[in-house]
Design a protein. Structure first.
Length: 170
């Protein structure tokens, strides 16, 4: 039983940092999205979707990191892995965003085909791509921090950003 609890604790500690990062980031994206869609009849996501999205992205990142092709350039400069992972995670985010829209529109349209047609007819593409660009930058920032953490470790990264514990300020 203690092995199971230990495994759950390990999973929780691993999923917490990306989930918190994506929750804060997706909250900012949701605020921007609400502001962009104010005055239109396009449905706006809820905070529950932000929480679920953060959990999904947090778990997706952890699962993606287990795939052999994700950490494709471990011995090259960090820019290679950062660029590669940014592309992969951004494509995943694009797919997730489209699926969220599809689910939202399906409730009203009745079928997936009708929902897809409704999305293509009603979506404001400039808003969609603006949010996607913001997500790209957020994912890029996550990949930079994640790669730094992978190479340096949490203690060194924490020290770089917040200084040594108990050390007097310079």
């Amino acid at each position: 039983m203690s092995k199971i609890i230990e495994k759950i604790g390990k999973e929780f500690r691993e999923i917490l940092p990306p989930t918190i990062f994506f929750f804060i980031s997706l909250s900012l994206v949701a605020i921007v999205h609400r502001l962009m869609l104010r005055g239109t009849d396009v449905p706006v996501g809820t905070w529950v979707q932000v929480v679920v999205g953060a959990l999904i992205l947090g778990k997706a990142v952890l699962l993606s990191d287990l795939l052999p092709f994700v950490n494709r350039y471990p011995d090259k400069p960090l820019a290679y892995n950062i660029a590669w992972k940014t592309v992969i995670y951004s494509l995943a985010a694009l797919l997730i965003r489209y699926m969220e829209l599809l689910i939202d529109f399906r409730r009203k349209a009745g079928s997936l085909a009708a929902a897809s047609e409704e999305i293509w007819a009603r979506i404001i593409w400039t808003h969609f791509w603006a949010i996607q660009i913001v997500l790209l930058m957020i994912i890029f920032q996550y990949c930079v921090l994640h790669e730094l953490q992978r190479v340096l470790g949490w203690p060194k990264l924490r020290e770089m950003f917040f200084g040594r514990r108990g050390a007097a300020p310079a």
